[in-house]
Design a binder for this molecule. Structure first.
Ligand SMILES: Cc1ncc(COP(=O)(O)O)c(C=O)c1O
Length: 419
């Protein structure tokens, strides 16, 4: 007899980018030429010192267990990096290391949320926030990010959450923001810090794109006075150092919170491989100029893609401010074709052409507030981005193909026009 899965397991929603990635790879294996703009990965190699140090660490037999919160030399390097680059007053024992940034969503929720607690999430949002909140039996309280306000979280929404929610407990912030590319300004962060300081409210500050701010500089809530006592800020090597497959990230917080997270690492992962930490330490200490050169290449890509998309009728994206995503509204196109935005994304991949496709995501993969938008990542060489741009107007003009695809995929018919 099959054993019943838990309610949580049955209702678990996942990051759609990985599902579309699998579909794109399958089509490629069958011979289709697919430009893959669905997942937020880097087309560049991992940075040089990281690779050298990782290889050396394997030769040096750095392939055993290590302390759960991380090896001392990594924690030291991470604390110095945060102080140097973002003025976060961190010491080594305020750093905990994990396999990427995502795992800290779970640990943050385990650290602060009890069943029934309210956790504010600005939406569109990174898809795994909600399952991690629900894993604790807590409630995600969604507030919108809007294109009209550059996808910045509105401080008044936080005020409303604190005043109106029966049990306000935590807030997820993400700047620079995936999928919208929005940036929370330093003034926004100051206002948020003033609002929550001294209250029993914890913030997860998700900052994987900290080196991808195209106007001005990255700012962290953790740099605001007193905020390390209320905030867990998470960083990753996946984007800045093109190390997504190494699985390395870290968080910074107060000593007490870091100790609690250390216990969570102890009871789940045991530790993050020391050879990976040594590679990351080398990246932090030696690869910043290579990193910055790569970031400039990403900026060029985002500009190319944004300008190209804005030339297509019915697509409108804000000027690029941050991240390697472009998030245009495609509401006029969807309304005209009677297709949802994720339906449009899947049509571009699967059905617009027999031998060529573009993989991207509908904004609703990031919550209902993202409906009517598409998210493109810049994860391919520039000439491939251009091929995708050339293909899009042709694809959406093939109305017979769209109709036939909608007939076989009626769940993607648009029921009510996007406004
Ligand atoms: C907002 C956000 N948080 C977390 C992550 C997870 O990154 P990592 O590879 O470090 O786990 C991503 C990756 O795309 C992201 O966009």
């Amino acid at each position: 007899m099959a054993v019943a899965l838990s309610e949580f397991a049955r209702s678990l929603s996942v990051e759609t980018a990985f599902t579309v990635l699998a579909a794109a790879k399958k089509l490629k294996a069958a011979g289709k030429d697919v430009v893959e703009l669905e997942i937020g990965d880097s087309p560049f190699n991992s940075t040089s010192a990281a690779v050298q140090s990782g290889l050396q660490a394997i030769r040096d037999n750095q392939s055993h267990y290590c302390p759960s919160p991380g090896i001392p030399e990594f924690r030291e390097a991470a604390a110095e990096f945060l102080t140097r680059e973002f003025s976060i007053p961190a010491a080594a024992d305020q750093i905990a290391v994990g396999p990427g940034a995502k795992i800290f969503e779970q640990f943050f929720c385990e650290a602060f949320l009890n069943p029934g607690d309210g956790c504010l999430v600005f939406s569109p949002h990174f898809p795994t926030y909600i399952p991690n909140i629900e894993r604790r039996g807590a409630r995600a309280v969604l507030k919108p990010l809007r294109q009209e306000t550059q996808f910045r979280p509105q401080v008044s929404d936080i005020e409303d959450f604190l005043n109106d929610d029966p049990s306000p407990r935590a807030i997820f912030l993400n700047s620079p923001h995936n999928p919208t590319g929005g940036v929370t300004t330093e003034q926004d962060l100051r206002d948020i810090a003033d609002l929550i300081r001294g209250r029993d409210i914890a913030v997860f500050s998700d900052e994987p794109y900290c080196h991808m701010v195209w106007e001005g500089q990255h700012h962290s809530l953790a740099a605001q006075p007193g905020m390390l006592d209320q905030c867990v800020a998470a960083y990753t090597f996946s984007k800045s150092y093109s190390m997504s497959g190494w699985r390395l990230g870290f968080c910074v917080s107060s000593r007490e919170i870091t100790d609690a997270i250390g216990k969570m690492i102890n009871t789940t992962l045991s530790c993050t491989p020391p050879l990976v930490q040594l590679a990351g330490r080398a990246a932090l200490m030696q690869d910043s100029s290579e990193r910055d050169t790569t970031m400039r290449k990403f900026r060029e890509k985002v500009v190319l893609l944004t300008e190209g998309l804005n030339r297509i009728e019915g697509f409108s994206s804000l000027d690029p401010t941050a991240t390697f995503y472009v998030f245009p509204s495609v509401k006029p196109v969807c309304n005209r074709l009677g297709i949802t935005s994720h339906g449009l994304a899947l049509y571009l991949l699967e059905a617009a052409d027999d031998s060529f496709g573009v993989a991207c995501l509908g904004g609703e993969c990031f919550g209902a507030a993202g409906a009517g938008f598409l998210r493109f990542s810049c994860a391919e060489p520039n000439e491939r981005l251009q091929q995708a741009l050339d293909f899009l107007p042709v694809a959406i003009s093939r109305t017979e193909r769209i109709e036939s695809w909608l007939n076989s995929h009626p769940q993607f018919r648009l029921k009510a026009a996007y406004v």
